[in-house]
Design a binder for this molecule. Structure first.
Ligand SMILES: *Cc1c(COP(=O)(O)O)cnc(C)c1O
Length: 360
């Protein structure tokens, strides 16, 4: 068996150590004679696994005690609707920052429930930067301010946390949660689909401040009410037990690596190398403003798009997988999440340099 280097944007690479542990425990979890997947979510054993995963995430992110941590389903996409359903709370409108594909989807869904003010948009520069704080036309009466910390497709990441004053700040952190330390107390709500930087698809993590829970729009199905999930410790119905367990293994792995501080240092080094290789050549290019370049998703184009197919074929043959850019932007994209080792980035850079020479 050979494990190749996986640059997929999501579902994405998982730490090999975690996969080996899951494999070792798969048939017989902790001498119980059955798999974790076959266990009741109400059993003492499973409740222990679930609680430990929550505690480890709280430790890693420094989540204050007045925040609930929810383990839900429906992906980040369900949160595009759940956020307005739960957080509009009678206000006339919510503020949204538009920095790319994922922000736009969040905006579109929120418009089904209330008025959306787009307080800044970088669409005019083809989403190659994030707006600065002074560019945000914030409404002090907005129900909340929503933004996407890292645009997974455009490779655009905020280099600051917007100051929304007393308006709760809501962040889609699907593709950069746990990539670097953040001050959770600055946020009203954080959500992330698991399949980028946490675990397998099918699990969504929501971190929400207590006072924002419990005022849903009339008619909201109970499965879309944060309070229902908070009151039931995310077990209002059968949760995605395997995903939650595996996320817990990833959290423990992160702790063994030295936590998010250590990951941030490694992530910055990985990204810096790759951007340096791109900038140091006339053959590769990345259009994103330097201070907004994502440390998780690195899109790049070749000087001649006609070479894309050959680049991908040769990369694939060398065991460098899933480098094709999103269909909406073309070119390449290397997603270098926590679980993608530095050796993968080194191998990619080496390949890129050889490919460029071959074309000269
Ligand atoms: C992948 C992604 C989504 C969509 O996630 P699903 O789990 O497929 O719903 C939303 N926002 C961001 C930033 C993403 O990267």
């Amino acid at each position: 068996m050979t494990r190749k280097f996986n640059f997929s944007a999501g579902p994405a690479a998982l730490p090999e150590e975690v996969l080996l542990q899951a494999q070792a425990e798969l048939l017989d979890w902790h001498d119980k004679g059955l798999s974790i997947m076959e266990m009741s979510h109400r059993s003492a054993e499973y409740v222990g696994v679930a609680a430990q995963a929550e505690q480890d995430l709280r430790d890693l992110m420094g989540i204050p005690g007045n925040y609930k941590v929810l383990f839900l389903q429906g992906g980040a996409t369900a949160q595009f609707g759940m956020v307005p359903m739960n957080l509009l709370r009678g206000a006339e409108s919510a503020d949204y920052i538009n920095t790319g594909v994922w922000s736009k989807k969040a905006i579109k869904e929120a418009q089904r429930y209330g008025k959306v003010n787009v307080v800044a948009s970088t669409e005019a520069n083809s989403f190659t930067s994030a707006p600065t704080q002074s560019e945000l036309q914030l409404d002090p009466n907005a129900a909340y301010l929503h933004y996407t910390t890292n645009e997974t497709i455009g490779g655009v990441e905020f280099d600051y946390i917007p100051d929304s004053s007393d308006v709760p700040l809501v962040a889609d952190m699907s593709s950069d949660i746990l990539s670097a330390p953040i001050d959770v107390s600055r946020f009203g709500l954080i959500y992330a689909g698991a399949q980028k930087n946490i675990g397998p698809a099918g699990l969504t993590v929501v971190i929400v401040r207590d006072d924002l829970v419990g005022q849903v729009l009339p008619g909201t199905p109970s499965m879309y009410d944060y309070k229902v999930h908070a009151d039931a410790d995310s077990m209002n119905n059968t949760p995605p037990t395997f995903g939650w367990y595996l996320a817990g293994l990833v959290f423990q792995w992160l702790k063994r690596q030295g936590g998010v501080e250590a990951m941030a240092e490694l992530n910055r080094r990985k990204a810096a190398k790759l951007y340096a290789a791109i900038d140091g050549s006339d053959f590769y290019a990345n259009p994103v403003a330097i201070n907004n370049r994502s440390i998780m998703n690195v899109p790049f184009t070749l000087a001649d798009a006609a070479l894309d197919k050959r680049f991908l074929e040769l990369a694939d043959a060398e065991g460098l997988l899933n480098l094709k850019g999103h269909r909406s932007v073309g070119g390449m994209r290397a997603s270098i999440y926590n679980a993608v080792p530095e050796a993968a980035v080194d191998a990619l850079i080496d390949f890129m340099q050889r490919f460029e020479k071959e074309q000269a």
